[in-house]
Write a protein that binds this ligand. Structure first.
Ligand SMILES: Cc1cc2nc3c(=O)[nH]c(=O)nc-3n(C[C@H](O)[C@H](O)[C@H](O)COP(=O)(O)OP(=O)(O)OC[C@H]3O[C@@H](n4cnc5c(N)ncnc54)[C@H](O)[C@@H]3O)c2cc1C
Length: 223
């Protein structure tokens, strides 16, 4: 059994470029392309968002790759305007060399109580023992996956347009949301706030959430 930490990779973006492209598309509405200046996108986007004219944000998209527990993608895949490719528990057989012959579980660092944490950890070990035993008995991966818990680590690629990201980050970074999702999405929101303050700047998130729990955010050319 391997206990692993979550991470989120986000494709390197140029926030200003994204916002300028959205401005260009938006100005079609008013045929005001001639009013574009170096920073005219700022006022335009702020006005659009204030008035709910948000469909213009759909012209640009961002892709991320997330390594987190199955529970997190179970929740995030509910967002109908995002696209997902998720590691398959039907095809990935964790007894194979490729996976180190063991199951990786996301370490729930937010379980601070030692007794609770140890109960969780012992349960994961028992699950892994059962998974490997079933495999030795020639059970198919379809059968074995029935015992995998929410904590199982998995990778998934997620793409959404800027409007949907705004919606997802508004909903999924508050204290009502499972900690494993806050762990990956708060760092993403902070990155978007820096890159695209006119769009993401006003989104409120759970500032009480311990930053030590934040997943590592990796900015890459390709995810
Ligand atoms: C704190 C929290 C707790 C939750 N608890 C539960 C739970 O206990 N059980 C559960 O089943 N789910 C739960 N959910 C999931 C939630 O109900 C949504 O399914 C999920 O957040 C997807 O968001 P969304 O519906 O806004 O849709 P998205 O698919 O992201 O769509 C974006 C927006 O498009 C519009 N839209 C999309 N589809 C339609 C449609 N068919 N008709 C009209 N408008 C539409 C809506 O305005 C929607 O907000 C929870 C979510 C959160 C954040």
């Amino acid at each position: 059994m391997r206990l692993v930490e979550p991470w989120i990779k986000v494709e390197k973006i140029d926030g200003q470029k994204i916002m300028k492209k959205i401005e260009r598309a938006c100005r079609t509405c008013y045929r005001s392309e001639g009013n574009i200046t170096d920073d005219s996108y700022k006022k335009l986007l702020t006005n659009c968002i204030t008035r709910g004219h948000e469909s213009v944000l759909e012209h640009e998209k961002v892709t991320v790759r997330i390594y987190n527990d199955i529970g997190s993608y179970k929740d995030l895949t509910r967002h109908r305007f995002a696209s997902f490719s998720v590691e398959s528990t039907r095809y990935c057989s964790y007894d194979k060399d490729k996976y180190g012959n063991e199951i990786s579980f996301i370490n729930p660092v937010y379980m601070e109580d030692k007794e609770i944490y140890n109960t969780w950890k012992n349960t994961m070990q028992e699950i892994e023992n059962a998974y490997i035993k079933m495999k030795k008995l020639n059970a198919s991966t379809d059968m074995c996956r029935e015992i995998l818990p929410h904590s199982t680590a998995a990778e998934y690629t997620m793409t959404a347009n800027i409007r949907e990201w705004k919606h997802i980050l508004e909903l999924r970074t508050t204290n009502h949301v499972h900690p494993s999702i806050r762990q990956v999405l708060i760092p993403l929101l902070l990155y978007f706030k820096e890159e695209m303050p006119e769009i993401f700047g006003n989104i409120e998130y759970d500032t009480e959430f311990n930053p030590n729990y934040y997943a590592k955010l990796l900015i890459e050319d390709e995810v």
